[in-house]
Ligand binder design. Structure first.
Ligand code: GAP
Length: 451
């Protein structure tokens, strides 16, 4: 869906990400691996900060949610029980002429695939598109040395199943009482037919998922509660209010497991427009029922005070770490003119807690004890925050380099610093500078960064 409001900055952002070390194409020197991306020095910090914020909000800050880190490889029966072996499929068509592949529901295909009038959206030939066939999105591999059907295992296509199969392990070991949740962050893999748009849809990605186990009667209330909490979390990242909205799944859109679902959508601009970044799902007791049946092990919760056993309902919140990283980057990207300067600047107006580098530290010139003092400040601050020491080029250029990677503060040691013991601190967004006692910098940054 084309966006009415948000600018299309994808091309510029992809270039900035490569140039400044946020994100590189995987195996680039070999021509690249299809829709797989590597996070460089700044990207890994940015994504880690995002994941830390999620972990803090969903696990550390709450007494009713426990963390988990389940393995990627699971017993193959898990994926039969979850419905992924039978149902995690997309309809796929091939063009016999240009060999390209498409989802059968691709809006660019004219006519019905498999009939003579159907036209390939890539090469334009008519009658070359195959009939739609079902394609399972799970990656298969083999466990152990034999590559036979008994050894088939899958790379997990979602992290959620690791939580369901550990439901009682976590509940009993932590003595949590329903309602409570289990959260985890981890890699997921999907052999997407049409990946693309940079890190928006990839074949290897990270999810941050939480399953909240509740009494069936209160499931709808918890569903509403988690919708509100999750939208508030996205706003807390600094994503513009006008670029966030809910989308309610229609009956046709609902996944096989869902009783109700809302997506949190972000406006990515350009031709992408509003797209899902998170799903909030009311899954009923589908998953626990399935695993109970397929494993033959009871997964009921025992409610001691009321002396009753039941399978809890589940409210799931499932957000992509990579897709949200893209949303955060797109939301932050600005090109601005600067008063009194001929050259404009590119800024990533990232929320300070997400910025990969918190402070740039510069000696104004490379003499008179300034580099020594700046290096000492950098070493001291490095104990608590990420900093970057830079003494090369004009000071204006050094500011611009930090603006472009979203560094919220730049600290400059100038002529006055070595005698007065104070430095200037420049704010990325307001461009205002204030003098701060060098000995109080740690405290100063801590206050600013926690705001
Ligand atoms: N357990 C439920 C589940 O996996 P989903 O809507 O398929 O739900 C949740 O995925 C989130 O994972 C999405 O909102 C998106 O942010 C992210 N995601 C899904 N597929 C992705 C892909 N191929 N590349 C990047 N992120 C993806």
């Amino acid at each position: 869906m084309a966006s009415q409001t948000a600018p299309d900055v994808m091309e510029k952002l992809v270039s900035l990400c490569k140039r400044r070390g946020f994100i590189f194409q995987s195996s680039e020197i070999y021509g690249g691996a299809g829709s797989v991306w590597d996070y460089g020095p700044l990207g890994v910090e940015l994504k880690k900060n995002l994941k830390d914020r999620w972990w803090h909000a969903m696990v550390r800050k709450r007494s009713d949610i426990q963390g988990l880190d389940a393995a990627i490889l699971m017993h193959p029966r898990v994926w039969e029980a979850s419905g992924h072996v039978g149902g995690f499929v997309d309809p796929l068509v091939d063009c016999r002429n240009c060999k390209k592949r498409f989802r059968a529901d691709d809006a660019k295909i004219k006519g019905t695939p498999g009939t003579p009038d159907a036209q390939c959206p890539a090469c334009g030939m008519k009658g070359t598109l195959s009939e739609a066939r079902q394609f399972n999105l799970m990656f298969k591999t083999f466990m152990g040395p034999l590559e036979d059907s008994a050894a088939v295992v899958y790379l997990r296509p979602e992290t959620a199943q690791g939580i369901y199969v550990n439901f009682l392990n976590v509940q009993q070991s932590t003595r949590q009482k329903v309602p409570f949740g289990i959260a985890q962050i981890g890699k997921a893999f999907r052999n997407e037919i049409t990946p693309g748009n940079f890190i928006f849809r990839t074949r290897e990605f990270e999810q941050m998922e939480m399953q909240f186990f509740v009494e069936p009667e209160s499931a709808m209330q918890w569903f509403e509660y988690w919708k509100g909490e999750r939208m508030a979390w996205h706003r807390s990242l600094g994503l513009d209010e006008g670029r966030l909205r809910f989308h309610q799944h229609t009956d046709k859109e609902l996944a096989h497991y869902a009783k109700a679902a809302f997506d949190v959508q972000f406006d990515f601009g350009g031709t992408l427009g509003f797209q899902e970044i998170e799903g909030v799902h009311h899954r009923g007791n589908f998953d626990l029922t399935q695993h109970q049946e397929f494993s033959g092990k009871k997964l009921e919760y025992f409610d001691q005070p009321n002396n009753k056993r039941f399978l809890p309902f589940v409210i799931e919140t499932s957000v992509g770490a990579d897709r949200t990283t893209l949303a955060v980057l797109m939301n932050a990207y600005r090109e601005e003119s600067v008063e009194g300067e001929t050259e404009g600047r590119t800024v990533l107006a990232l929320h300070p807690s997400l910025a990969p580098i918190k402070a740039g530290i510069f000696p104004l010139v490379k003499k008179d004890g300034m580099p020594e003092m700046a290096k000492k400040i950098a070493a001291d601050l490095r104990e608590s925050v990420t900093v970057f020491y830079d003494d090369s080029g004009a000071i204006g250029r050094r500011y611009r380099r930090q603006d472009e990677i979203g560094t919220p503060f730049c600290i400059t040691v100038d002529g006055e610093s070595t005698t007065a013991g104070s430095v200037t601190v420049r704010d990325r967004d307001t461009l205002q500078q204030e003098r701060v006692d060098a000995g109080k910098l740690r405290e100063y940054l801590a206050t600013k960064l926690s705001a």
